[in-house]
Design a protein around this ligand. Structure first.
Ligand code: PLP
Length: 390
């Protein structure tokens, strides 16, 4: 009787998303057929193959992405931050034109604006030993390598990544000695560059050395690997990571199209061995600076068990003004999420203070007034409520 009515099982909005994801998958495979047709499945799924075959040269980029005049000009001007895109990530970018801005330089990179600095967060001043940034009392940022899984054009550390000597064990030892001798350090963040571009042996060495320090409670890894080189999350790597818990991971996520089937497998296998996953996203003009894109990204992250952590205002590195939105935009995006979707899907919007002040949270003011004992509060819909304080 009722059976016939209940055919429509999925709400239409979910159906639309499903179609988009399928479309994306077919774009990716078309891309592979077009540019990497002789590459076997085994090669494609091998991270070392991906890493060795990163797209770097002007000619390769032009062939694959059909560079615009703006993109061609900057290449002639010899920009300093290298370009390097894994074939896998190139296939992801090919499905969304906005994402290419994050990887392919444009002429605006050579335009310097007021407030921009080579090292806006003054990391060099807060570095007691080379490779370590000690800004907050109880935690340090450990720059383990200059090499990255990709070179985001807006990178905070574009002054150092992608060139010069990669860090050596000798450098690492000095950093580890510093952590040993400072017993207020209870949280060590492995960053870079991307620590997951190191070999399993190197990662194991670093983790075991840091784990041996009694006052270090947690270790974190900051990486973009699950979204640009998901093939790197191998069984062998997981076996290494598993041994050094509590280990947290902050994954750099930019756009919903990054959350592919491959990325899902990578994130899920990390979550399955007990690594809590968080995300970090940089707010980028024309890439992810609207509520819908951001919401979709946060939802897709939660679906692959990544809890949104930070949304950053883009740091004022030299030649980055084309990426920066007004701060108002970031506040508006968070306002568009809070209350309208799961609290778990709402990251903290922060500005990493120029000059080295650390991350400062920004939020619309939900406290409208305090009248005597009364807090006058505004909810997500703009309705006013009163809370009587003690
Ligand atoms: C971001 C950052 C940290 C970690 O900050 P949390 O708020 O604890 O995630 C630590 N040190 C430096 C230098 C940082 O930039």
């Amino acid at each position: 009787m009722n059976d016939k009515i209940v055919i429509e099982t999925e709400p239409p909005s979910r159906k639309i998303k499903q179609i988009q994801e399928n479309d994306q998958r077919s774009y990716c495979s078309k891309f592979r057929q077009k540019f990497f047709k002789d590459i076997t499945e085994v090669q494609w799924n091998n991270w070392q193959w991906q890493f060795r075959n990163c797209i770097r040269s002007h000619q390769q980029l032009d062939e694959i992405f059909e560079l615009s005049q703006d993109e061609k000009t900057i290449f002639d001007s010899n920009q300093v931050l290298p370009v390097s895109i894994t074939p896998y990530y190139a296939s992801v970018i090919s499905t969304n034109q906005n994402l290419r801005k994050t990887m392919i330089p444009v002429i605006q990179e050579t335009v310097f604006s007021i407030g921009e600095e080579v090292d806006p967060l003054h990391e060099e001043n807060q570095s007691p030993v080379q490779g370590l940034i000690h800004r907050y009392p109880d935690r340090v940022l450990f720059l383990t390598t200059n090499r990255c899984s990709c070179y985001c054009r807006y990178c905070t550390r574009s002054r150092v990544v992608g060139r010069g000597a990669f860090c050596s064990k000798q450098d690492w030892k000095k950093c580890i000695d510093y952590i040993w001798s400072n017993d207020q350090i209870r949280d060590v963040i492995l960053s870079g560059g991307d620590p997951l571009t190191l070999s399993n042996e190197e990662i194991k060495w670093l983790l075991s050395e840091i784990r041996a320090i009694p006052h270090v409670q947690v270790i974190r890894i900051g990486t973009k690997v699950p979204f640009v080189l998901p093939q790197r999350i191998t069984r062998d790597l997981l076996a290494v990571l598993k041994k050094y818990q509590p280990l947290y991971m902050s994954i750099h996520a930019t756009h919903p199209v990054e959350v592919t089937k491959e990325a899902k497998i990578a994130c899920e296998s990390l979550a399955n061995i007990g690594i809590p996953l968080g995300s970090q996203t940089v707010l980028l003009k024309g890439v992810n600076d609207d509520v819908e894109t951001m919401k979709e990204l946060m939802h897709r992250l939660l679906m692959v068990r990544v809890r949104p952590y930070y949304l950053y205002q883009c740091d004022p590195i030299m030649g980055s003004s084309h990426f920066r939105t007004p701060v108002e935009k970031g506040i508006e995006i968070i306002q568009g999420l809070r209350g309208f979707t799961s609290g778990y899907a709402v990251p903290q919007y922060v500005i990493d203070a120029p000059g080295g002040g650390g991350k400062i949270p920004l939020l619309k003011n939900y406290v409208k007034a305090k009248q005597g004992q009364d807090y006058i509060l505004e909810n997500y819909e703009g309705k006013i409520f009163t809370y009587k304080d003690n």
